[in-house]
Design a protein around this ligand. Sequence first.
Ligand SMILES: [Zn+2]
Length: 351
Amino acid sequence: MKRYSGPFFTDEGFIQAQIEIEEGEVKEYKEGGDGGEDAIILPTFYNSHAHLGDSVVKEPPTGTIEEIVGPGGLKEKALSSSTEEEKSESIARYLTESISCGVRTLFDFREGGLEGLEPLKRALDSVDLEGFSPVIMSRPSKKEFDAWELNQILSIADGIGLSAYRDWDEAQIKKIADSVRGSGKPLAMHCSEDVREPVEEITDLGIHHLVHMIEATEEDLQICSDEDIPIVVCPRANMFFGKTPDISKMLDYDLTLSLGTDNAMISNPNLFRELETAYRTARLKGEISPEEILNMATWNPRRSLKTSSIKEEKDSLMILKYRNGDPAYNVVIDSSPQDIIEVVRWKNTKE
Ligand SMILES: [Zn+2]
């Protein structure tokens, strides 16, 4: 049996607590207590938005957002010119690194339709998952509604994650949204990353969450707030394209924000780096509590991005090297994957 005590990050903030661990599982938890090794205890990280497939690109991408990740751009060309083996190997490397960074749930926006699911499946079979579970947000192979393909995808994937609304014909995307709704699975989408898109029309499709919202107006943020649509922000990927999400303003609108690393070709899976970047990005606009930022990789996605494939009993805790002072500030500013002492299974009984 092993004991740790120290600041424990609950859904209401940090409290002093002590946990007892047996065979990799939390057996006892009590508030207060000062026995055992000092540690910072956190729920494991969610990476709420990534594209694992483009980890196959190894050269620095050049060009505009459209030229790099838009339809027919560098990313699509790289995906279609790489072999299945190259794709699954690079995805497996990305998954292994994610796990070593304390990530246990990851939303993969999977390109390539039905075929695109294969390299991920092979990669997942080749990696020691240690309790890691992917949430596979697939999409049709073409920008048109194909009932047969969509049904096949929905029978395997956890949901549908589309590219920008403006890439689609309105009638086609509506048919896709209707089918996804009928399946009971979530539909997510990139939104207002490069240019503003019509949020009202998009939310009418029945949206589980939106990614980016950099170019959203205050009116658009208000719509998401009113309709309780969670937003995923990816500050490192945005900065690569010379942009920053206005995290402080989004929080002013009471939006539930989560963090994603986005394209694997431009951001590695290290959530500690994403936390630090989010904190610094938010500070460009003013004061922000590091705890709000830490919530974006831990409690916010647990609260707002639930899908039927995310099960409570799969939850886990990360035990981090103890540092004096404010624990949220220390994790966001100072901590790194090397500070993870261990990850343990944890029955999170609180909803
Ligand atoms: Zn993306």
